[in-house]
Design a protein around this ligand. Structure first.
Ligand SMILES: [Zn+2]
Length: 105
């Protein structure tokens, strides 16, 4: 059954080629990846599983830009967005009155 096996192998190779292409595309993205957080410049360790799984990548395909954010900055950014949204909601609910003290520091 040599020829059948060869046929199957060739099929498999074709699949691998496609996969390879996709992989290299992804690797290209990684190439563009900076090695530090775009906000706080904390170094990103590509070899660290923890970093790879917890850091956030923002891809702007139009601008061909890949940005990297550490979990802390990502959390801060999301919190900020949340706060702004809450603030806006509060304001529209209260009708423009703002006598609340802001908590700075
Ligand atoms: Zn950061």
């Amino acid at each position: 059954m040599g020829s059948l096996k060869r046929k199957l192998e060739r099929k498999q190779q074709k699949k691998d080629k496609k996969l390879e292409k996709e992989m290299s595309k992804k690797m290209m993205m990684f190439d563009k990846l900076e090695d530090h957080c775009a906000a706080c410049e904390k170094p990103f360790d590509k070899k660290s599983k923890e970093h790879v799984s917890t850091w956030n990548v923002v891809v702007r395909e139009k601008e061909d830009v890949v940005r990297l954010y550490c979990p802390e900055c990502w959390g801060k950014a999301n919190k900020l967005i949340e706060e702004i949204q809450n603030d806006l909601r509060d304001r529209s609910e209260r009708g423009g009155e703002s006598s609340e003290q802001s908590e700075s520091e």
